[in-house]
Design a protein around this ligand. Structure first.
Ligand code: CTP
Ligand code: ZN
Length: 154
């Protein structure tokens, strides 16, 4: 079965954003990072563990009626560095971009260090600097390399 055949499982969208080539199993994390839980009323379709020629298996996320900002999308690079973002307008792919890591991630992740000021019940927003191979808490310098999605605040 080819990638094109499998795509037929999920309808094309008219307007919105298609996030393709997401690591298999991470589609729900993508939605979490984008703060999409369906309450906004937008149409959302997911393909999980879809066969892919290049990745073996992949996830794909389609959000209708909404174009994600570059800043929102850059955060995705933490979990899906090889994802492709397609902005769809009137059924055609109008823009296709690779995502890039941001320098900092604010408010999105929680620090695993129990003694960190961000876990002390103070009104301090978390802030992590993005490294080549992980993220580092700007307050206590704890580094998170693996399973970053376990530390999502959303
Ligand atoms: N897509 C969609 N609705 C549209 C147009 C495209 O859902 N109206 C989806 C396609 O199903 C595909 C992605 O957007 O998953 C990118 O579309 P396209 O660039 O046409 O596909 P490919 O050439 O296979 O993309 P790539 O080279 O990035 O793999
Ligand atoms: Zn910390």
């Amino acid at each position: 079965m080819t990638e094109k055949d499998t795509e037929l499982r999920i309808s094309k969208i008219r307007d919105g954003t298609v996030i393709d080539h997401v690591p298999a199993g991470d589609a729900l994390h993508v939605l979490a990072i984008l703060g999409i839980d369906g309450s906004g009323g937008e149409g959302v379709s997911l393909g999980m563990n879809v066969p892919s020629e290049t990745m073996g298996k992949k996830d794909i996320v389609k959000v209708e009626g909404r174009e994600m900002s570059q800043a929102e999308l850059d955060v995705l690079s933490l979990i899906a560095p090889d994802a492709t973002v397609n902005i769809v307008r009137d059924y055609a792919v109008a823009e296709k971009t690779e995502i890039e890591p941001p320098e900092k991630v604010t408010g999105l992740l929680t620090c695993p260090n129990r003694h960190c000021i961000t876990n002390a019940g103070e009104p301090v927003e978390t802030r992590f600097d993005v490294l080549d191979d992980g993220v580092r808490c700007a307050y206590c310098e704890t580094i998170v390399r693996e399973e970053i999605t376990d530390h999502l605040a959303v």
